[in-house]
Write a protein that binds this ligand. Structure first.
Ligand SMILES: C[S@@+](CC[C@H](N)C(=O)[O-])C[C@H]1O[C@@H](n2cnc3c(N)ncnc32)[C@H](O)[C@@H]1O
Length: 467
């Protein structure tokens, strides 16, 4: 109010003394701050706005008003005031931080990331800035960068439990949970090692070995242990590649194994490999064979990274399955009447791919085992294809789908499978390819299926009746 009086008195008399005017503005500001701290937000806001109208200490007053507005949930107005502040001082650290937090709160995640990144350019070693940047990066889906930021915070604050938790949480989101059981899968590991030892013996110690998909570095170290002197292994996930590099070094194979943090389709001969490789090792088979882009990866490796007669480990993989009945799986695959309502249209959205724990999930075989799809991984090209197959039914039951597993052909006389009768707790689960709806079958029937793949997934469906 005092400012208003002075402002109107000034022009009228033309004699408003500058010192006195300043005193008045200061008083308004001081009153506004007192109001603010005592909880009278409306009076404080009024005071701050009047002070700002006089352009008095905007760098100090804009944050006060912006904070007051954001506390009241007036996000857009608050953002406008942070922007005014940042127009005056683009490197204002708390301005950048507070604006970033508001943008984050308003779910404008990409803008929040930009804002925190600007704050980081101002204060590169500020743990609060890095933490906020990491959270925003994680929320926007840039998990690898988020993890790097959290790891840097942890270097500054090694005992910070929240950051420790975030590092573990993000690592778990980035690194699939099958890695550790896969590493502990001795039959799998032994089968790979047998094939690797045979290939290195055949090609000699100076054979160039390329592994695609480093993981822990296990298979690359097996190649080095079997005598290979030049092993290059690539891994697309940065945190996995960094960890593998450490593991390889710690195990004493740093001289012979080079870990490259790249997806295989970005590798180049002459840059990452000195020459095309004599031996390819790659365990990138998902539970349903095709989920990890195995065909694209092997085709690209044959075309650009391997010698024409390179040994390929594994050299083939087959999806095997059988027809099954199971109340447990039926409850996961189908819905019908629930609480007196017909929910069956939801079946169209039900997952057609359910993980099965072979020895732990209760199911009953209604047919013998049969091969679904075989991938020849020495082939230079693959086409998606479908065929019809008649499956002889051996027992009466309600068929929910096909439980599928894998048989992997690693080398002459070296195979590995995750047959559900004998395999559990390894890296691969079995998979139920559920039918669109359950099918009543009787012993002696022939169930007609359409089976094949589209290069990135297996297709297993009952044949349409009119075909
Ligand atoms: C199933 S794990 C195998 C790890 C290790 N070779 C082993 O057998 O213990 C596959 C790994 O390959 C990586 N990967 C998959 N496709 C890749 C590609 N085309 N280029 C580089 N890494 C890839 C995944 O991130 C994952 O870490």
């Amino acid at each position: 109010m005092m400012i208003a009086q002075k402002r109107s008195a000034g022009p009228q008399t033309g004699k408003a003394p500058i010192g006195e005017h300043l005193l008045d503005v200061r008083k308004v500001l001081s009153d506004a701050m007192t109001d603010h701290w005592s909880g009278n937000a409306a009076a404080a806001e009024d005071g701050y706005r009047r002070v700002l109208n006089q352009n008095y200490r905007p760098i100090d007053v804009l944050p006060l008003l912006a904070k007051l507005l954001s506390n009241r949930g007036e996000i857009q107005d608050s953002l406008r005031h942070w922007d005014r502040l940042l127009a005056l001082d683009p490197r204002h650290l708390s301005g950048l931080l507070e604006k970033g937090l508001l943008l984050h709160r308003a779910n404008k995640l990409a803008l929040a990331v930009d804002c925190f990144a600007r704050a980081k350019a101002v204060a590169p070693d500020n743990a609060l800035v890095m933490t906020n940047l990491a959270v925003a990066l994680a929320d926007v889906g840039r998990r690898n960068e988020a993890l790097t930021e959290f790891q840097r915070v942890l270097e500054l604050e090694p005992n910070n439990l929240h950051v420790q938790h975030q590092v573990r949480r993000l690592s778990s989101l980035i690194v699939p949970s099958w890695h550790v059981p896969m590493m502990n899968d001795t039959p799998r590991n032994d089968a790979f090692e047998k094939a690797i030892v045979a290939a290195v013996a055949q090609h000699g110690d100076h054979a160039r070995v390329l592994e695609i998909g480093t993981g822990s570095g296990l298979l690359a170290m097996m190649a080095a242990r079997s005598g290979a002197k030049r092993v290059v292994t690539c891994e697309s996930v940065p945190v996995i590649a960094e960890t593998a590099e450490r593991i390889v070094e710690q195990n004493g194979y740093g001289q012979n194994v080079r870990v490259v943090n790249k997806p295989s389709n970005e590798l180049n001969v002459g840059e990452d490999l000195d020459e095309r490789a004599d031996i390819l090792i790659s365990e990138i088979l998902s539970c349903d064979l095709l989920g990890e882009k195995v065909l694209d990866t092997f085709e690209d490796a044959h075309a650009r990274l391997l010698r024409p007669n390179a040994t390929v480990i594994p050299r083939a993989a087959t999806a095997v399955g059988c027809l099954v009945a199971s109340d447990v799986l039926a409850r996961h695959a189908f819905v019908s009447e629930v609480s007196g309502f017909d929910l069956s249209p939801f079946n169209a959205l039900a997952n057609q791919h359910l993980p099965v724990h072979g020895t732990m999930t209760s199911w009953r075989r209604l047919s013998g085992d049969f091969d679904l799809v075989t991938l020849d991984l020495t082939a230079k090209r693959h086409e998606g294809a479908l065929r019809k197959q008649s499956v002889p039914v051996l027992e009466d039951g309600v068929a929910v789908g096909i439980v599928q597993w894998m048989r992997v052909d690693l080398a002459e006389g070296v195979t590995f499978d995750n047959h559900p009768d004998t395999y559990a707790d390894g890296g691969w689960l079995q998979v139920l390819h559920s039918f669109p709806q359950p099918i009543d079958v009787k012993a002696g029937d022939e169930l007609e299926l359409v089976i094949g793949h589209d290069r990135s997934s297996l297709i297993v469906v009952p044949a349409p009746h009119d075909e």
